[in-house]
Design a protein around this ligand. Structure first.
Ligand code: GLV
Length: 328
């Protein structure tokens, strides 16, 4: 009998059990994993990638030309445990004929839920209010105290009415939102019809929205999209929420807009960099609520993502159709 050549798979972090088990069952693969909840050091990543046929990585692993060179010609599939793919050097990957798997759809509900939680926490000032209870700032019921902004009768502007943007709009509608606006690469009349959402320019969205929600992907076209000009055009009572990627926002401009009262508040699930240093100026602002990139963080969603990422990887290595392959 000819000895069977196992395909080498490298996994850059301990992943949830369903995906891990699926990889462990793959008799045609030899799986090596960075068996830790902490990020893999560069040297270990380079070592693990050398000669690998498949890589299962996270959104925090930068897969650039240098790493692809290190991996060498064996590398056939990259499977990322994320819907975002901005950490992957897609041009280089395409040139080398490497297939890419990702995890859309399965995280849409969890991410939309988080976006709504963050929006409500920010506009109704929940972290600030909780802090006041703890530090003795709650001295009486005060008609003028801790007032925020509500969704009822409001206009919500969504930057990127993709799967997650639509799921957010669907959840916000029952709160009594009066009008939805959206912007993006092109109008999406079919998707927008459910919310009677109007396709508008970025400036119109900034001027007319009470809430701005960023749910687009990070691309060269969206990098730095929300900048000084954009914040200048927003209402002073408006609330800005970003659940996409930190780099869609010019963070210095956002800081200025919040610190000067140019806009009312911001809720961010994503920042630049991640993690945000604990001495970052944004963390000194009461009107900025920051979460540690937990959009998809429910037990079930992360487990489902890990299984999908494992199945994408295995299908790609076996030359089969992947459950979720990125078109390159
Ligand atoms: C989360 O940000 C993801 O891209 O999955």
């Amino acid at each position: 009998m000819r000895p069977v050549r196992l395909m080498k798979v490298f996994v850059t972090r301990r992943i949830p059990p369903e995906g891990r088990a699926a990889l462990a069952r793959a008799a045609d693969c030899e799986v090596e994993e960075w068996d830790s909840d902490e990020p893999i050091p560069d040297k270990e990543l380079e070592r693990g990638m050398t000669g690998a046929h498949g890589l299962l990585c996270l959104l925090s692993d930068r897969v650039d030309k240098r790493l692809l060179d290190t991996a060498g010609a064996n590398l056939k599939v990259i499977s990322t445990l994320s819907v975002g793919v901005d950490h992957l050097a897609l041009d280089e990957i395409k040139k080398r004929g490497i297939r890419v798997g990702y995890t859309p759809d399965v995280l849409t509900d969890a991410t939309a839920e988080l976006a709504v939680s963050l929006l409500l926490s920010t506009c109704r000032r929940l972290p600030e209010a909780i802090e006041e209870v703890k530090n003795g700032g709650w001295t009486s019921w005060n008609p003028m105290w801790m007032c925020g902004y509500g969704l009822s009768q409001s206009t919500v502007g969504i930057i990127g009415l993709g799967r997650i943007g639509q799921a957010i709009a669907r959840r916000l509608k029952p709160f009594g939102v009066q009008r939805f606006l959206y912007t993006g690469r092109q109008p999406r009349p079919q998707e927008a019809a459910e919310f009677q959402a109007e396709f508008v320019s970025m400036p119109q969205l900034a001027v007319e929205s009470d809430f701005v929600v960023v749910s687009c992907s990070l691309t060269p076209a969206t990098k730095g999209l929300c900048n000084k000009d954009f914040f200048q055009q927003m209402k002073t009572t408006a609330v800005f929420v970003n659940i996409s990627r930190g780099d869609v926002v010019n963070q210095d401009d956002l800081y200025q807009a919040l610190a000067s009262g140019r806009i009312a508040a911001a809720g961010l699930d994503v920042t630049t960099p991640e993690p945000l240093p604990t001495d970052h100026p944004l963390l000194t602002l009461k009107n900025c609520v920051i979460l540690p990139h937990i959009g998809s963080a429910t037990h079930r969603t992360r487990n489902t993502m890990s299984l999908l990422a494992a199945n994408n990887l295995l299908a790609g290595l076996r030359g089969e159709p992947m459950p979720s392959e990125l078109k390159l």
